[in-house]
Design a protein around this ligand. Structure first.
Ligand code: SF4
Ligand code: FES
Length: 361
């Protein structure tokens, strides 16, 4: 074991890929895990124990829609019982007062609720389901139970009305609002041309977000994730590869980042065949881009390398076919032209290709 590797802080537990929504910006893989592929309750309980054993303190129960798993209460009990802070990442569909109060009694500490748009008809169109009113009801339930609420909105060309989204989050009583410009991984890549916001939308959004963050200081935190294609430097993706968090996919695959299955050259580890501790510390996939040794120029000698870690490995692979390359979003990358070309010619797309489904709950 490499003693210089710090323990993980958080685990994203993707309990299922089943989901009642069909969002075109979905970052889950194009090939979803089926219900038959999913880990059993006993296997998830063992994953939670193993994660806590190596230091995980925050568990994000996600999907797909985690409420589709009937063993969710048992998993919440275990995660909270071993001392983890438990966050439910949900569409809100299927959340009833009874289910929520049971989860809270078992130790659920936080709810993150997705919203597709500020205006009901548009939000439902983006979700591919009549979902918006259920989300408002779910937010009300969360606030009634006095549970901290984060509202998460994936921003794109069709919903980039940040002023209205901030107003909606205030009405919903959110403690925190994440406004995250779409990352083009998994299914979202199919819709990149239809999703990419215009420079005018992005320019208009920033001052609105800044003013609202100032006005709402102490009442609602606003986190704005920029559209990195338009930036000079890349995002510090995952705060470094294999540095803080691991993801366990519905079938037990363990990934250094939720989108890492897109890197087809990366060896795949699975909780069914290798202990989580070994995967975190010793596996080829987690060690592939840890630290700075893997970097080539210009990152290797760059003064920003400990600030952004060379950017995003998934993006480098997706745009250049080389996960070890400098993220081409970076203005210092010799491949920045690839991103500039994309911005000049994002392509034509008439409407969204909606996310498919792997079956009802
Ligand atoms: Fe970051 Fe590498 Fe660009 Fe430097 S060259 S700013 S480390 S991505
Ligand atoms: Fe995978 Fe950035 S999304 S490393």
């Amino acid at each position: 074991m490499d003693v210089t590797v710090a323990p993980p802080l958080g685990m994203l537990a993707e309990l299922t890929h089943r989901c009642p929504l069909h969002c075109p910006y979905c970052s889950n893989p194009v090939e979803l895990a089926t219900r038959a592929d999913e880990l059993t309750t006993a296997q998830w309980l063992a994953v939670l124990d193993a994660a806590r054993d190596i230091g995980v303190l925050q568990v994000h129960l996600s999907g797909g829609e985690p409420l589709a798993r009937h063993d969710l209460p048992e998993l919440v009990s275990r995660a909270a019982g071993i001392g983890c802070y438990v966050n439910l990442v949900t569409s809100g569909l299927g959340l009833t007062a009874g289910r929520l109060s049971d989860l809270v009694e078992r130790g659920l500490a936080h709810v993150q609720l997705s919203v597709q748009g500020a205006e009901p008809d548009r939000a439902d169109r983006i979700a591919g389901a009549r979902a918006h009113r259920h989300k408002l009801a779910a937010a009300a339930l969360v606030k009634e139970q006095d549970v901290p609420l984060t509202v998460n909105v994936v921003l794109h060309k069709e919903n980039h009305d940040v002023g209205a989204l901030i107003a909606l989050a205030e009405e919903m009583g959110a403690d925190r609002l994440e406004l995250a410009n779409t990352q083009y991984y998994g299914w979202a890549l199919r819709n990149r041309a239809a999703l990419m916001p215009t420079p005018a939308q992005l320019a208009a959004a920033e001052p609105v977000v800044r003013a609202a963050a100032q006005r709402l200081r102490g009442a609602m935190e606003i986190v704005y994730v920029v559209a990195d294609h338009y930036e000079k430097y890349p995002k510090p993706c995952m705060y470094g590869w294999g540095a803080r968090q691991l993801t366990v996919a519905p079938n037990g695959d363990v990934l250094p980042c939720p989108a890492a299955s897109a890197i087809t050259t990366l060896p795949v580890e699975n909780v069914k065949t290798r202990p989580l501790r070994e995967i975190w510390y010793d596996s080829a996939s987690f060690n592939a881009y840890r630290g700075e040794e893997w970097m080539s120029e210009p990152c290797r000698t760059c003064d920003r390398r400990s600030a952004d870690f060379g950017g995003c490995r998934c993006q480098a692979f997706q745009l250049l076919g080389d996960a070890a390359a400098t993220d081409p979003v970076c203005s210092r990358s010799p491949d920045r032209g690839v991103v500039d070309l994309l911005l000049r010619s994002p392509g034509e797309q008439d409407g969204f290709v909606m996310r498919g489904s792997v079956g009802a709950r």
